[in-house]
Structure formats: C-alpha cells, structure tokens
Design a binder for this molecule. Structure first.
Ligand SMILES: Cc1cc2nc3c(=O)[nH]c(=O)nc-3n(C[C@H](O)[C@H](O)[C@H](O)COP(=O)(O)OP(=O)(O)OC[C@H]3O[C@@H](n4cnc5c(N)ncnc54)[C@H](O)[C@@H]3O)c2cc1C
Length: 436
C-alpha cells in the first residue's frame, strides 16, 4: 500500500516534466528529492527503492526506452536478449525473486558452457584437454592474485601453448577483452556461484518491466551535474532540473569521454572511469531450419586454434535458433560491417564445421553492435592492469548527495545486471540517509 501511494506521488511529480517534452525549458518544475541519471538496471533498482521510501524523484534516460544494456528485442516471433541474457549466480541474484514475483518463467537448464560441446569441430578428447588447461589457468589466476600484485592476465599464459588462443577467446566472451588489457586482481575479484538461469521472455524485458511504473523521462540527455550548487543542478538537453541528491548510473564510457561532466570537475573519478573501459561482447541470432538435428542448449565451437572465433549456443530454450557470441577486438572490427559481417563470419565457420549445405539452413535475424551504441560504447567493464582499485574510487559517494551506481562500481559482480541492480539499491540507501 505504501509502495502504491509512493508511485502515485512520483507519477504526479513527473507530469510537469512530461509536459515539457521536446520543448526547450529551464527550471520549469519543482525540485526533486533525487534525480537518477540513466534507466538501466542500476537506475531502475534505485528508483524502486526511492519509490518505496515515498521520495520525489525522476529517472532521466537519454534513450527512448528503459533497460540500457538489458534489452530484449522481438525477431521472428522470439524474444531475444541483445544484452544480458543469463541470471548469473542465480542462487543469490536478487532479480530471480523479482522475476518470479513478476510472473516471468525461469529456465533452469544447465548452460551450454557447463556441458561437453558438440564433437564436430572439437572432439571429446581435445575438449577434455582444453577444460583441464582452463582449470589450471583459473588456479594460476587465484594463486597469483593472492600475492596482491596487479599485472596483465596475459602474463599467466604461455603464448605458444596449445590452448592459449581458446583461453583468450573465452576471455573476450567473459570480460569483453583480451587478457593483455585485463587486470589480474580485478578478474580474480569477480564472484560467481556458477548457477545460471535464463528467462524465455527476456532479461531485458524483465528489467524494463521492473521500471515500468517509475517516472522516467526518456530522450533526456544529461550533460552536466553541478554538485556544488544547493540544491544540485542537473543540466539536460531539455533544460535544468534540481535535486537534493543525484544518483549517476551511466556507463563508464560517458564519464571517461566527458559527455557527462561535473561542476566542480571530478578528475580522479573520471580517471577511474577511464581505467574501467567497456569491453566488447556482441550477439548474432541465426534462424535455423531442421533444428531438431541438434540437442537443445548445445554448443558448437567455430574454431579451436584462434582467439578470433565465435561461440555458438544452439537451440536456446529449444528454439530453432543459433545464438552466436563474439567478443573483444574481433567483435569491434566486425561491427563496422554490420549484421552482414557477423553473419558472413558465423556462417563461414559453421559451414567449415558442418559442411557446405549448412549455409542454406541459417539466416540472420538480429544482431547487436554495442561498441557502436553511442550511449554505451561497449558491453561491460573490465579494469586495465594496475587499476583494480578503480571500482572503489568510481563508486565512492561525492560530498553530501552525489552517488554513483552501475555495473562498473560493483566490487565483485561487475559486468552483470544483478551487480548493477545491487549498486542501484545501495546508492538509493545512501541517498535516503542524506534525504532524512
Ligand atoms: C552482449 C551483452 C551480454 C551480456 N550478458 C550478460 C549476462 O548474461 N548476464 C548479466 O548479468 N549481464 C550481462 N551483460 C551485462 C549487463 O547487461 C550490464 O552489466 C547491465 O545491464 C548494466 O546496467 P547499468 O544500469 O549499470 O548500465 P546501463 O544498462 O548501461 O544503464 C545506463 C543508462 O544510462 C543511459 N545514459 C547514458 N548516458 C546518459 C546521459 N548522459 N544522460 C542520460 N542517460 C544516459 C543509457 O542509455 C543507459 O540506459 C551483458 C551485456 C552485453 C552488452
């Protein structure tokens, strides 16, 4: 009941802002308790917490939709996640409970990377050898990280060893980057219980559903936050708004490249954001004819001797589809050729593994391009070598009312939607303490 009335209050407050849509206006509305910049997972989590507390607030979102890097699109009648898809660490992921409450079905099948892959192109003995080497690699990461000295993860790999290209490829999927740009201490700090669920209706659909009752001003690009003023002033393409607290949830790219600025300037924080760049992960979906030939949730390797390779999840949810995953510099380069470049590459690899006729059975239906997305400029953050401490710098509160949230400030579950969600809730708690 308290929750419902709080939402009514903020809807009423969001009215004047909506009325100003598209117009150049300045200070045309009352002050807010809090302004949230960005309506992705972190911003929505923060908004829900403020709504529960009955505060006046608004989310300012530059896109014409909520969800940010959590985005489900519809293609060939299927809900396809272009950003996050897996509820990682599902046994302690807050979004699992929220999905259940929201009536979303949950798929608990073992993910393909935890099973033996299709032997075509990667025979079972070779897979065993690779998995053993992967295990040794993770053990080295743990041992070396305990020494507390940060360095590139690449120093833990023998460049000439048999499985190094595939370990590199795995890093591009997991971290969005090659290991020479990956901080050992940050990589080792990531926590994962290895329980992974999925949502047939889409993870992006869940995140935006959870924000559906919040007052979001779409198409509102925040350019400057004057945190020296009282109340703070937030300058946007639609005018100036004021609030006693501001929660910033934009990706590190927007802070590092100065598209969102601060007055007074925050050089240490901007430098921290630059040390947490977004790596690249992209997905291509291929519709698949005669899909029954493949096991549900199976996996195909396109190549095993190069890091510039895609990984193929076949029949997710039993659907007649292949979800191809691309990462790192290789994905960034393919983006310049659009969906056709991803499809050419993927179909070429699949034909190499499954035979020339296979080309007739697949056709591209959707593709992401996160490096080219101006409001993301990448997929998820990783720390550069020597900068494992950057997440703490970026996430520390500023003064009496400016807070930072988003996946990049999570100390142990960065690069995920549930990590972003947790940081949004934490930033809202800190803002509420100030607002008291
Ligand atoms: C291909 C891919 C696969 C992924 N897979 C998984 C997965 O399986 N599981 C998982 O947990 N995570 C996954 N992730 C990561 C996950 O999607 C993100 O970590 C999470 O969604 C980030 O949420 P956020 O709120 O921190 O940032 P965002 O979602 O980026 O939200 C920030 C918002 O701020 C807005 N914004 C930016 N600049 C401005 C501005 N100046 N003014 C106003 N608004 C602005 C943006 O438009 C955006 O909506 C994946 C991501 C990608 C791209």
């Amino acid at each position: 009941m308290a929750h419902a009335s709080a939402l009514c209050a903020v809807r009423a407050i969001s009215g004047p802002l909506d009325a100003c849509a598209g117009a150049a206006y300045v200070d045309c509305m009352s002050d807010f308790d809090c302004i949230i910049v960005g309506a992705g997972a972190a911003g929505i989590a923060a908004g829900r917490a403020l709504a529960r507390a009955g505060k006046s607030f608004v989310l300012l979102e530059a896109r014409q939709r909520s969800g940010g890097r959590a985005h489900t699109t519809l293609a060939a009648g299927m809900a396809l996640d272009m950003g996050c898809g897996w509820l990682h660490s599902a046994d302690r992921n807050l979004l699992v409970g929220l999905a259940q409450e929201s009536g979303f079905a949950i798929d608990r099948q073992t993910p393909p990377w935890q099973k033996t892959a299709d032997a075509r192109g990667f025979d079972a003995d070779a897979q065993r050898a690779y998995r053993a080497e992967q295990g040794r690699f993770f053990a080295r990461v743990e041992t070396e990280a305990k020494k507390g000295v940060d360095r590139p993860v690449s120093e833990l790999l023998d460049p000439d060893a048999r499985w190094t290209p595939l370990v590199e490829a795995m890093s591009t999927y997991v971290n969005g980057t090659e290991t020479d740009r990956l901080s050992l201490l940050d990589f080792a700090a990531y926590e994962d219980t290895e329980i992974n669920y999925r949502l047939p209706e889409g993870y992006g659909a869940l995140v935006s559903r959870l924000g559906a009752d919040l007052p979001v001003r779409h198409g509102c690009l925040v350019r400057l936050i004057d945190h020296g003023a009282r109340p703070m002033r937030v300058e946007t393409n639609l005018g100036v708004l004021r609030a006693r607290a501001v929660i910033v949830t934009v990706p590190t790219s927007a802070l590092a490249n100065g598209s969102l600025r601060f007055r007074p300037a925050l050089p240490a924080r901007v430098e921290a954001a630059a040390m947490l760049p977004l790596g690249i992960a992209d997905k291509l979906f291929l519709a698949l004819d005669d899909a029954e030939e493949f096991a549900i949730d199976s996996r195909l390797y396109g190549a095993i001797d190069t890091s510039a390779t895609a990984n193929y999840h076949v029949r997710p949810f039993g659907r007649p589809v292949i979800e191809a995953y691309f990462g790192g510099q290789f994905a960034r380069e393919l983006e310049s050729g659009g969906m056709a470049a991803f499809a050419d590459f993927a179909i070429g690899q699949l034909v190499g593994v499954l035979g020339a006729d296979f080309a007739r059975r697949v056709r591209p239906i959707a593709c992401s391009a996160w490096a080219s997305d101006p409001l993301a400029l990448g997929s998820y953050s990783h720390a550069l070598p020597g900068h494992a401490g950057a997440r703490a710098i970026l996430g520390a509160p500023q003064g009496e009312g400016l807070f930072f949230a988003g996946e990049a400030v999570s100390p142990h579950v960065f690069s995920t939607a549930h990590g972003a969600w947790e940081t949004g809730e934490e930033a809202a708690s800190a803002a509420l303490a100030v607002l008291k």
